[in-house]
Design a binder for this molecule. Structure first.
Ligand SMILES: C[S@@+](CC[C@H](N)C(=O)[O-])C[C@H]1O[C@@H](n2cnc3c(N)ncnc32)[C@H](O)[C@@H]1O
Length: 398
C-alpha cells in the first residue's frame, strides 16, 4: 500500500470498493478480485480494498467492531495494542492527571485512539509515511481528529516539554524484513532514547515485549505484564510519578459479553516456600510468572512450590482464582513411561492434556508412546519435584 492507494481508498469510489470487499473477505481471494473487477472497480483499487478487508477481518479480535472502519498494514496490526489493554492504559494515564500526551512511534494509532477516547489530547509521531497517514485516517474515521493528530517524522526530535505525559511503543520488528526483534537494544526508537524519556518527562509509559529481561527495568519503574484470555500479550514500564508498585500482573478475561480485569501486585522479589506436592496443583497464568509474582499468589492460595525453580504451586484446598488454573491431583509418580502407561491403561484413559514445566519431554512424543485406549480423560503434568523428574495425574477443577 502506498499513499496514493490510501488516498484512493478514502474517496467515495474507494469507500464503495471497501464495502463491497468487506462482503467478500474470508472467501477465495481470486474470486473476490474478479467479483470486484466485474463490478467495475479498477484492479489496483480492488487489490487495495481486498487487502484492507482481509486485515479488518483479522483485526476484529483486537479492536472489536471498530476494526471495520480502520486502515491497517500487516506489520502495524501485528504490533498494535488490543483495545481492552489500550483503554485501561488510557484510563490510568487520565487518572494520573495526563491531559496532553505524546505517542512517540504511534503506528496505526491503537493506543493514541484509546487515549483520545479518554479525553486526552494526543500528539502522535510516526516515521513511516503510510502508517502515519493511516493513523490520521483512523483518527478521522473514529471522529477523533481534533484530539489525535499525527506528524510524520522522527520521534526522537519531538519536543517533549509540550506535553505532560509520554507514551512510547517502540517497533519490535525490523523495517524491511519484518523480523521480530528480541533485544530491546535494537528497538526503534532506540532503547537509550526510550529509557531516557523517563528522566525528561515524569509521566512516561513504555510498552515492551513480554519477554523483557528484568535487568533492563529502569530503577523505580513499575513493570506490568498483561495477559488476555491466558495469552501473555505485552509488558509496560510505568515510570516516574506513574509507578505505583514494583511489579504487577493484569489479566483480562472475556466472560460472555463482559471483560473481567484482575490484578496481582507485589515486589517481584519474594521467594515462595517449597514443600511436598499436595492434592491441588495451580498452574499460574504466564503474566504472573513473568512478573515474578508466584510467591504473592502462593500466599493467596496458601500454597507452596514443589521445586524452587518451577512455577507450579500445590495446596490442600481448591481456591477460586483468576491467576491460575487448578487441577486436582490423584497420583504422583517418579517419571517412568512403563508405570504411567500401566496406570492410564488401568484407568481406561484414552484422552490426555499434557502440561509441562521443567521437563525436557515432548508432549506429542509422549502421547504417541503412551498408546492410549479408553473412554476416560486425564491431565498429565510433567515436572520435577525436589529436582526429580515426576509425572502427576489428575483432572481440572472447574
Ligand atoms: C509498535 S509500533 C506502535 C504501535 C501502536 N502503539 C499501536 O498500538 O498501534 C511502533 C511504531 O514506531 C514507529 N517508529 C519506529 N522508530 C520511530 C522513530 N524514530 N520515530 C517515529 N516513529 C518510529 C514504527 O514505524 C512503528 O509504526
Amino acid at each position: 500500500m502506498d499513499l496514493d492507494q490510501l488516498a484512493a481508498l478514502r474517496t467515495p469510489e474507494g469507500s464503495a470498493a471497501l464495502s463491497a470487499a468487506a462482503t467478500l473477505a474470508g472467501g477465495d481471494p481470486l474470486a473476490a478480485a474478479s467479483a470486484l473487477r466485474a463490478a467495475g472497480v479498477p484492479p489496483t483499487l480492488a487489490a487495495a480494498a481486498l487487502t484492507q478487508a482481509e486485515l479488518r477481518h483479522r483485526a476484529v479480535g483486537k479492536f472489536g467492531p471498530a476494526a471495520a472502519g480502520m486502515f491497517l498494514t500487516r506489520a502495524g496490526l501485528e504490533q498494535a495494542t488490543r483495545r481492552v489493554v489500550a483503554e485501561r492504559r488510557a484510563e490510568r494515564l487520565r487518572a494520573a492527571g495526563v491531559r496532553t500526551l505524546a505517542d512517540l512511534g504511534c503506528g496505526l494509532g491503537a493506543d493514541a485512539l484509546a487515549a483520545a477516547r479518554a479525553g486526552i489530547r494526543v500528539y502522535g509521531v510516526e516515521a513511516d509515511p503510510v502508517t502515519a497517514a493511516m493513523a490520521a485516517a483512523n483518527a478521522a474515521a473514529a471522529g477523533l481528529a481534533e484530539l489525535f493528530t499525527v506528524e510524520c517524522g522522527d520521534a526522537t526530535a519531538f519536543d517533549v516539554s509540550r506535553v505532560d505525559g509520554v507514551f512510547c511503543d517502540p517497533a519490535r520488528r525490523a523495517s524491511g524484513t519484518g523480523r521480530r526483534i528480541f533485544d530491546p537494544r535494537a528497538y526503534s526508537p532506540p532503547w537509550d532514547f526510550v529509557t531516557g524519556l523517563a528522566e525528561r518527562v515524569p509521566r512516561t509509559v513504555v510498552k515492551v515485549a513480554p519477554g523483557l529481561d528484568h535487568a533492563l527495568i529502569p530503577a523505580g519503574a513499575e513493570a506490568e505484564w498483561v495477559g488476555v484470555d491466558g495469552d501473555l500479550v505485552e509488558a509496560a514500564l510505568w515510570c516516574g510519578e506513574l509507578a505505583q508498585v514494583p511489579r504487577r500482573a493484569t489479566l483480562y478475561r472475556q466472560v460472555g459479553t463482559e471483560t473481567r480485569r484482575s490484578r496481582l501486585t507485589g515486589s517481584g522479589a519474594t521467594e515462595a516456600s517449597v514443600g511436598p506436592p499436595r492434592r491441588y496443583l495451580y498452574d499460574p497464568d504466564p503474566a504472573v510468572v513473568r512478573a515474578h509474582l508466584v510467591a504473592e499468589l502462593a500466599d493467596q492460595l496458601d500454597a507452596t512450590l514443589g521445586d524452587p525453580s518451577i512455577a507450579y504451586l500445590y495446596a490442600d484446598r481448591p481456591t477460586r482464582t483468576p491467576y491460575a488454573r487448578c487441577l486436582e491431583i490423584t497420583d504422583v509418580l517418579p517419571f517412568s513411561l512403563k508405570r504411567l502407561r500401566a496406570l492410564l491403561r488401568e484407568r481406561r484413559v484414552g484422552r490426555v492434556e499434557i502440561l509441562k514445566r521443567g521437563s525436557a519431554l515432548t508432549p506429542e512424543q509422549l502421547r504417541r508412546d503412551l498408546r492410549l485406549a479408553g473412554d476416560q480423560a486425564a491431565s498429565l503434568v510433567l515436572t520435577r519435584i525436589a529436582g526429580a523428574p515426576t509425572v502427576l495425574v489428575g483432572h481440572p477443577v472447574d
